[in-house]
Write a protein that binds this ligand. Sequence first.
Ligand code: 13P
Ligand code: SF4
Length: 331
Amino acid sequence: MNAPTASLRGLDLRAEIDRLRKERNAVILAHYYQAPELQDLADFVGDSLDLSRKAAATDADVIAFCGVRFMAETAKILSPQKIVVLPDMAAGCSLEDSCPPDQFKAFREAHPDHIALTYINCSTEVKALSDIIVTSSSADVILKQIPLDQKIIFGPDKNLGGYLKRKTGRDMLLWPGVCIVHEAFSETELLKLKALHPGAPVLAHPECPPHILDHADLVGSTKAILDYALSSPSEVMIVATEPHIIHQMEKAAPTKTFIGAPGADGNCNCNMCPYMALNTMEKLYVALRDLQPQILIEEEVRLQAKKSLDRMLDMAGRTVGQGDVGRPVIS
Ligand code: 13P
Ligand code: SF4
């Protein structure tokens, strides 16, 4: 049982996490959607692709993953000899939930002449059933390396798949999954916000539906959005992705204003990822102390899933920061 107890009261969690990190020879990896205090103590903060690269390359004995379960599982698939802990094992993802492995297997079997290009936001079992994994920052560069006459199934995110279809002109069969967070942005509220801040560019993640992407000046992964926000001469920007990424923007560019795109009620709080929010300082401390909850994967499935992840790393590069930096998309 991993729930923090009253006995943690009074502990200097930051100091204790630092002590355990050294004792355990642990590396703490965090996604941009984590709470600011977790981002601030992590050894590395990044997008899904760079976090996978870090996990594959680390020489630490323990990886404490502040992110969601599919990210921690990816770390374990790539670094099976390491202990990988996830502060809260319930930190799932709506895209993963939308793609049960048995249904995905049946879909593949119904289309034997298609390869499966699969978004990393899925279970280990679905990775094992796939040919090549992509992230939002590597999908474009990987798609360009696949022959034009090759038929493709893309899952589980129909918004990322639809965006890639529009951008590249490739015809792909799309699995109908969505991210509940990016689906929540409201076009009406976004237009009101744009009217209040004329000229402020809109930076959007490709998990957003087309009616939001249609208003974007940049469509890209979390890292691409961050890079654009920091290099843009604009002083005010609208950010259409999970708003915890704004923490990194404000740290690096304190004089600029970053506004989270709103949901239907005009309050961007509804766009926070409820799965990412399950990880806390208390749970991270307990995970490092007890080395629980740990990611464990059956070896045969892991080896099969590793093939599709290795193809991604071979095609997108294994070096942190390498790859698509996101391009302005003005339609
Ligand atoms: P990135 O790969 O852009 O970090 O996205 C991960 C994710 O889960 C977005 O919702
Ligand atoms: Fe999954 Fe969406 Fe949360 Fe990303 S933001 S982890 S896609 S539910």
